[in-house]
Design a protein around this ligand. Structure first.
Ligand SMILES: [Zn+2]
Length: 122
């Protein structure tokens, strides 16, 4: 299937273009596809957000500090969004994409843990 964005000819059963990651069943609109985030950076940001959310939630649960619940929920929610975004992009990368996929999954899980702990503090 020919990619509507970069015109690369992908195998018939692919969902995302192997070259530019454009969704093949979507028409390409120039203004909608802005610069995309490097998946490696997205994974790192998601990992940091997930770790921050989890640590903040844990220190709050253990009453080391009197942080509010949203200190963990906000980075947790952001981590979930960026983590799932990087999961989606990592899925389409060959080779080192596997490592990226595991890191993205770890980031998403960490973020969910931080987020849930934060919610539990309300
Ligand atoms: Zn393409």
């Amino acid at each position: 299937m020919k990619c509507p964005k970069c015109l690369y000819d992908n195998p018939e059963d692919t969902i995302f273009c192997e070259v530019c990651d454009h969704r093949l069943d979507q028409p390409y609109r120039y203004e909608k596809d802005g610069p995309t985030m490097n998946p490696m950076y997205a994974v790192i940001v998601a990992l940091i957000l997930g770790a921050v959310a989890t640590v903040l939630a844990i220190v709050t649960v253990l009453e080391f500090t009197d942080f509010e619940w949203f200190y963990a929920v906000i980075p947790g929610a952001l981590g979930i969004v960026i983590g799932t975004y990087s999961l989606r992009t990592a899925r389409t990368i060959e080779g080192e994409g596997k490592t990226l996929l595991y890191l993205a999954a770890a980031a998403a899980i960490l973020s969910v843990v931080g987020f849930m702990l934060g919610i539990a503090l309300i």
